[in-house]
Ligand binder design. Structure first.
Ligand code: NAD
Length: 491
């Protein structure tokens, strides 16, 4: 990452990226001819227009996936793996364009966009390796009179729906295992950030993925386009990443034909710092857990609970470090905090902060939106948040760190678990026994001990409670796209 980004470079990139639907290996406009606008959240200006699919386009995509399914399932695993590896390499070859595109449509600082390209590509490499290791079992029946043959088969055509906050990685985290398992798919990216996924479709095409295996449908009418497809039962699987509210609606639609589901939903992560922790490391961990993606992450630390004897010191140090984070357009040098995705999100963050302050929280840093073009919100630290404040129960999705003191370990664990979410939590302590005790007691699919990041393609990512169902990545991520079949053999 060395180039200086000029307006000409931005314009040239935007003009060169695909802006159509990708269906059955073809780039094409929507049947209606409709197009939707993609904005740069750092300016509020329109970057470009892309094809805006309707229901008919959705059906075309699903039928293409349906037609491609049996041949793709029969493709040798090594060949599927080779395509994923080629796509992994192409992502690295095109990383400058992919990163800049992501920064332009989503706002995150360029350095973080490069990080996401690497993270996203890693899912292709990881699942290329998994594709050739799908295995089964051969077992003697307990009575000795039969043998059990257990094998794995692709689930079938799948619908994949992704959010805007990690526009590439949330796609590769689904496409990687689907392709590795032999499933075809229709992917609907967020209408706010479709360009990254269209650029990825170009990469998959260039990597040799057969027509119809991955189809990309961008639409401003997510419900109207996707609901009939989900309810049709033609797809056998829905893998969704997004909010818990939408996830619940989709689960109900999946019930019609009992689709397999993977649900990566909202989070309300807590970060707990005990008085025996290395406070410098805890502050740096909190910065990662809070400020990655400007707080627009499902794993973002939303609630920071710090043992009373060190709470104020911790909050002051955190505020001091967060004050150093430069806010601005993600393409500009040294910017660490980009804009939020849109005005609605910025206003919601402001509402949560105002509500916390009204409830009695103290503002140590920030607290007011930044005027002018773009949807910027400054790094903000709140201290001592009373229990009823909304910021203790709602996803913030912004660079706001609410720090609340606690006295005992039991009190901390109870506070962490007092949410319907259960995606990730973080614990900082130098007492190994306590670290493990708390990690086991907190209700979440993931726990970081003395670290502020849990995401890793080689580890199982996912939540409990209303944060979701299933796991992506790790050695079990591929199972989300595989059915287990048992064949009984009489002897
Ligand atoms: P969202 O639920 O509004 O949208 C997610 C996707 O669903 C988008 O593509 C959207 O167009 C689509 N969608 C919306 N309504 C739909 C409908 N009725 N039918 C079909 N599709 C529909 O979420 P968002 O604002 O894009 O993303 C933020 C949310 O995603 C947060 O809650 C965050 O925690 C969650 N998230 C979770 C994970 C995870 O792995 N658990 C990762 C990233 C984001």
């Amino acid at each position: 990452m060395s180039e200086t980004i000029t307006a000409d470079r931005e314009a040239a990139l935007i003009s060169s990226v695909p802006k159509s639907l990708y269906i059955d290996g073809q780039w094409r406009e929507a049947h209606s001819g409709a197009r939707l606008e993609v904005q740069d959240p750092s300016t509020g200006k329109v970057l470009c227009e892309v094809a805006d699919a309707g229901e008919q386009d959705g059906w075309d995509a699903l039928h293409a996936a349906q037609r491609a399914q049996s041949d793709f399932a029969a493709m040798p695993p090594r060949q599927r793996a080779d395509i994923l590896m080629r796509a992994f390499e192409l992502m690295h070859e095109r990383k400058d364009d992919l990163a800049l595109l992501m920064t332009l449509e989503m706002g995150k600082p360029l350095a973080e966009a490069y990080g996401e390209v690497t993270y996203a590509a890693e899912f292709f490499r990881h699942f290329a390796e998994e594709a050739t290791r799908i295995s089964g079992n051969y077992q003697t029946a307990p009575a000795g009179n039969a043998r059990f043959l257990v094998t794995k088969q692709p689930v079938g055509p799948s619908i994949l729906i992704t959010p805007w906050n990690f526009p590439l990685a949330m796609g590769t985290r689904k496409i990687g295992p689907a392709v590795a398992a032999g499933c075809t798919s229709v992917l609907k990216p967020s209408e706010l950030t479709p360009l990254s996924m269209l650029a990825l479709a170009q990469i998959l095409q260039d990597a040799g993925l057969p027509a119809g295996v991955v189809n990309i449908v961008v639409t401003s009418n997510a419900g109207g386009t996707m609901e009939p497809l989900i309810r049709s039962g033609i797809a056998r699987k829905l893998s969704f990443t997004g909010s818990t509210a939408v996830g619940k609606k989709l689960l109900e639609q999946c019930a019609d034909h009992v689709l397999r589901t993977s649900m990566e939903l909202g989070g309300n992560a807590a970060l707990v710092v005990f008085e025996d922790a290395d406070l410098d490391k805890a502050v740096e961990g909190a910065l990662l857990a809070k400020m990655r993606n400007s707080g627009e992450a499902c794993t973002a630390a939303n609630r920071l609970f710090v043992q009373r004897s060190v709470a104020k010191d911790f909050a002051d140090r955190l505020a001091q470090r967060m004050a150093e984070f430069q806010v601005g357009r993600g393409v500009d040098d040294d910017v660490k905090v980009g804009p939020l995705i849109n005005a609605k999100q910025r206003d919601k963050v402001q509402e949560l902060v105002e509500d916390a302050v009204r409830s009695g929280a103290e503002v140590l840093l920030g607290g007011e939106p930044i005027a002018g073009e773009g949807y910027f919100y400054p790094p903000t630290v709140l201290f001592d948040i009373p229990e009823g404040a909304r910021v203790r129960s709602e996803e913030i999705f912004g660079p706001v760190a609410p720090v609340t003191p606690f006295d005992t370990e039991e009190e901390a664990v109870a506070a962490v678990n007092s949410t319907e979410y259960g995606l990730s939590n973080y614990v900082f302590t130098n007492d190994l026994t306590r670290a493990l005790r708390v990690a086991e007691a907190v209700e979440s699919g993931m726990v970081g001990i003395n670290q502020g990041v849990v995401s890793n393609p080689a580890a199982p990512f996912g939540g409990v409670k209303e944060s979701g169902l299933g796991r992506e990545g790790g050695d079990i991520g591929i199972d989300e796209f595989l059915e287990t079949k048992y064949i009984g053999i009489a002897m």
